[in-house]
Design a protein around this ligand. Sequence first.
Ligand SMILES: Cc1ncc(COP(=O)(O)O)c(C=O)c1O
Length: 365
Amino acid sequence: MKNIDYRYRLADPELGSSEMEYLSKCIGEGMISSQGRFVHQFETEFSAACGAEYGVAVANGTCALHLALEALGVGPGDEVIVPSLTFIATANTVTHAGATPLFADVDPDTLCISPDTIEPWVSPKTKAIIPVHLLGQPCNMPEICRFAKQRGLHVIEDAAEAHGAEVNGQRVGSFGEINCFSFYANKIITTGEGGMCTTNDAALADRMRLLRGHGMDPNRRYWHSVIGYNYRMTNLQAAVGLAQLPCLDTWIEKRRWIYSRYRELLGYLGNLLYFLEEPQGTRSACWMSTLMLKDPNCRDKLLDLVGLAGVMVLVEPWREEAGRGRGAGQARRSQGPRMALRSSRHLPSKTLSKRPWSKFPLGFL
Ligand SMILES: Cc1ncc(COP(=O)(O)O)c(C=O)c1O
């Protein structure tokens, strides 16, 4: 593989004058901790954008997942079904809660779990399912929720990578009992570090707020009715999130366009690779433009090609040896060769013109 000078990094945040303006207000008002007006405003506006009633802003997406599990009472002796392919935090937080993660296989066309792949792992110990909308593609949530309801299981959406993705016109973050987002700097909407739980259940929202703030009784200062955490989001983070939020729809549109361009430009390599499908009724947020390699031997040549266009690529980033849970072996087997191409809105249109994408060495075709 050649030494490539990437002009376009895999992901970087878009920060502008609104972010500056809101941050200046925080500093001007001396409100830089979690005690600031932007936190509540961001919770209200982000949860509304997802079609959920309540939002509980937290320090990051990992805290959001852990808070959700704690609020639903998941603990020692319980099992939680997660995808065999995800970022490690989905499984780690189950272990942090004292429960055991079980790894359900993902559909190779969507990289999502489904009732068919969840079913083999359900037992009397199963307490919850965490579907992950990987790389922006939403799982079939109506089916998963129906499946879970019939078996009395909780559903926590891990929507860290899929802000604004939809199933049948309904946005992710509104299907599960609790739904979790990350606002890490590479996400569609960012707060630097940050996260949020959304829910339609007022009692669960209250429970999460209590756990988030050291378990301190909201009506009695320094009275701690439960053992809580400090998972709070700062006013500074919320300020950045609020400034970003109005751009969500435009940014998703741009990512979807970039994805469709990659598909067109690399369409002639159909015998070597394929792109993820968007099943009917779903609308991906296209966080990353993901392609799967049919022939792993072409990987380095493909990397050269993408590098020639100056586009950074993530190769097989999800090889997690998610160790202790049952199904971990299966998790390893489901790791096919994959690449995620940069989908950031900074990518100029000319980068996605015909040259140099058509220069794959002909000997491989
Ligand atoms: C699917 C998934 N879940 C959870 C997380 C954890 O979020 P954070 O990094 O904000 O803790 C991430 C992070 O990128 C993620 O991609």
